[in-house]
Ligand binder design. Structure first.
Ligand code: ACO
Length: 332
């Protein structure tokens, strides 16, 4: 077995665009209220891109922060993975564009679409890359401009989403005790729930022709209540399973970092798992749901604020369109 074969998160970073959209701002766009949004979702504000800012621009800033945190340069990277459902373009891939913006070329660059679970899906890919090629230096970014697919006439969805990017740099590590070691990843998917959460307009199932007018299908459509229940159930069960198969218990978890979709979902998952307060990371109030960017933004913030001291165990979990869901264990 190669001595570098433990995948280890060496650096984390995130970026959110400057412009903030508050609940009060939304009150001017749709029939809603700060009170409704706060009590139903916990969201107070979200960051949204400036005109012309694409997913790769957010990814670039998050990548630079993660590289700086790792003490590495873009030239050190061997692989770039971007998890996103809102890439700059269908083709080229966001990861290719990001590579160019980082001033490098010739690396492996690929995008991953697993919606809000995209970062966890990416982590498993990273582990596979390190297992296959232990000298690899892999950049994994979750980057979304969800507001590019937000229907500002639909109050049931437009209050939920925000833009942002979070990144990690992962390398092989010879020492199992090194900080940031990814102990395990566990992933699931089920296409049976596809129509409960989808964006189809302009894709191959619903192609646009010249002159077509964009309709609701161009934007995120979601059956909120159904998604809510499935999200809670799935994140709870996958979290339990990953702990159990690693011989760990909930008492070993220092911090739960769940996908930040809705504070009620986060609280319900925490409660079912027996975790609350300081042991559950919450930033949905400031960023809303940033899909694939949500877990890595929360991870980067949690590390930067000292919530993951040496030796602590982080339990990451997410649920999103597809449906996809999963969990990861990282020892810092
Ligand atoms: N402001 C005011 N009223 C609203 C708003 C709004 N923004 N949105 C909906 N309402 C109204 C509805 O019209 C409805 O009114 P009615 O009773 O007169 O019909 C009422 O509020 C209740 O609506 P519900 O949809 O039942 O509200 P609910 O409590 O379920 O909350 C929400 C809706 C926030 C979308 C919730 O279902 C949710 O968070 N679902 C999960 C979303 C999620 O987790 N996604 C994550 C995975 S996918 C991803 O991240 C991309």
């Amino acid at each position: 077995m190669n001595t570098l074969s433990h995948a280890r998160i060496r650096g984390t970073g995130f970026y959110v665009p400057e412009r903030i959209l508050t609940n009060a701002d939304l009150e001017k766009i749709v029939e809603t209220s700060d009170e409704w949004i706060t009590t139903r979702t916990g969201i107070k504000e979200r960051h949204i891109v400036a005109k012309g800012q694409a997913a790769s621009d957010l990814a670039l800033e998050a990548a630079k922060a993660a590289l700086a945190d790792a003490g590495l340069a873009p030239e050190d990277l061997t692989h770039l993975i971007v998890s996103t459902v809102t890439p700059d373009s269908f083709t080229p891939a966001c990861s290719c564009i990001l590579q160019h913006k980082l001033g490098i070329s010739g690396r492996v660059a690929m995008d991953m679409n697993a919606a809000c679970s995209g970062f966890l899906y990416g982590l498993e890919q990273v582990r596979a890359i390190i297992a296959l090629k232990p000298e690899s230096v892999v950049l994994l970014v979750g980057a979304e401009v969800l507001t590019s697919r937000t229907n500002w006439e639909d109050r049931a969805t437009c209050v939920l989403f925000g833009d942002g990017a979070g990144a990690v740099v992962v390398t092989g590590s010879a020492d199992a005790a090194d900080s940031g070691r990814i102990l395990d990843t566990l992933l699931y998917s089920d296409g049976a729930g596809a129509d409960l959460l989808m964006i189809t307009g302009g894709a191959s199932s619903e192609p646009y022709a010249m002159g077509h007018v964009v309709g609701p299908s161009h934007f995120i459509r979601m059956q909120g209540q159904d998604v809510f229940k499935l999200a809670v159930r799935s994140m709870e069960s996958v979290s339990r399973e990953i702990l159990e198969r690693n011989g760990l218990s909930i008492d070993d978890v220092a911090l739960l970092i769940p996908h930040q979709a809705n504070n009620r979902i986060i609280e319900a998952v925490g409660k079912k798992l027996g975790l609350s307060g300081e042991r559950v990371y919450v930033n949905v109030d400031r960023y809303g749901n940033t899909s694939a960017a949500s877990v890595p933004i929360a991870l980067a913030e949690a590390r930067a604020s000292g919530r993951l001291p040496a030796g602590s165990l982080a339990l990451l979990t997410a649920f999103g369109g597809g449906f996809t869901w999963g969990a990861a264990l990282v020892r810092f």
